[in-house]
Write a protein that binds this ligand. Structure first.
Ligand code: PEP
Length: 250
């Protein structure tokens, strides 16, 4: 049995004061939730504030990106050991917004995953096709390439620290979610590839769905056999909707 995992990707929202307030509300709703792993991923500047608020609860802290090197002349970047010291247990890697706006490629995703695993972090590795790719019938081949290259540097024994997030780009922030059937089809495909990469460990890897998940569609999506929770953008910025989505994973 895989424990569902729901993560809130707060993107570039919330100052540290606002983030602390939101985290406090989420803690009131979900602080002792133990059947679903709940991860809050605020901007770097709010990590410490959120860590202080959620201390002593079951909520976990995640970041939205990390560099592959431990340190160096990489202005504007943050390394995995830095995140670990800030209290992060997870880091999101390869989000489609990073791929679209910041030149992230499958190769840089692979390097960042390696850096995160080396530091002892767990990774949420995002994959997903664009609308043009779906309409061209290339969803499975695009996702396969992203998974095979993005996870190419994961070693045996590390798969329990890997979560994959399937996020069709056309569903992110658009209000247009994949249907449960569409999600399950791609999740099953991802798990098949994971079996080839990681053998039996693939059965333990959680695969989240992301893309316009809301309280009213979460249960149906999360009920699919290979959907093990969600990566939530917009709906994670309100404690009540995030809590409802987490409970839909029970
Ligand atoms: C995301 O950015 O990871 C995401 C899924 O966003 P939204 O839930 O807003 O579609």
């Amino acid at each position: 049995m895989r424990k569902p995992i729901v993560a809130g990707n707060w993107k570039m929202h919330k100052t540290s004061r606002e983030a602390a307030e939101l985290a406090a509300e989420i803690k009131r709703e979900l602080g002792d939730m133990d059947q679903v792993e709940c991860v809050l991923c605020p901007p770097f500047t709010s990590l410490r504030a959120v860590r202080e608020v959620i201390a002593g609860s079951r909520l976990q802290l995640g970041a939205q990106n990390c560099h592959w090197e431990k340190q160096g002349a990489f202005t504007g970047e943050v390394s995995a050991p830095m995140l670990l010291e800030e209290g992060c247990s997870y880091v999101i890697i390869g989000h489609s917004e990073r791929r679209q706006y910041f030149g992230e490629t499958d190769e840089t995703v692979a390097r960042r995953v390696r850096g995160a695993l080396d530091a002892g972090l767990k990774t949420i590795v995002c994959v997903g096709e664009t609308l043009a790719e779906r309409e061209a019938g290339t969803t499975c081949s695009v996702v396969e390439r992203q998974v095979r290259i993005g996870l190419s540097q994961v070693r045996a024994g590390e798969w329990d620290r890997v979560v994959v997030a399937y996020e069709p780009v056309w569903a992110i922030g658009t209000g247009r979610n994949a249907t449960a059937e569409q999600a399950q089809e791609v999740h099953a495909w991802i798990r098949k590839i994971l079996r080839e990469l990681g053998g039996d460990a693939a059965e333990r890897v959680r695969i989240q769905y992301g893309g316009s998940v809301k309280p009213d569609n979460a249960h149906e999506l999360f009920s699919q056999p290979d959907v093990d929770g969600g990566l939530i953008g917009g709906a994670s910025l309100k404690a009540d909707s995030f809590a409802a989505i987490v409970r839909a994973a029970l």
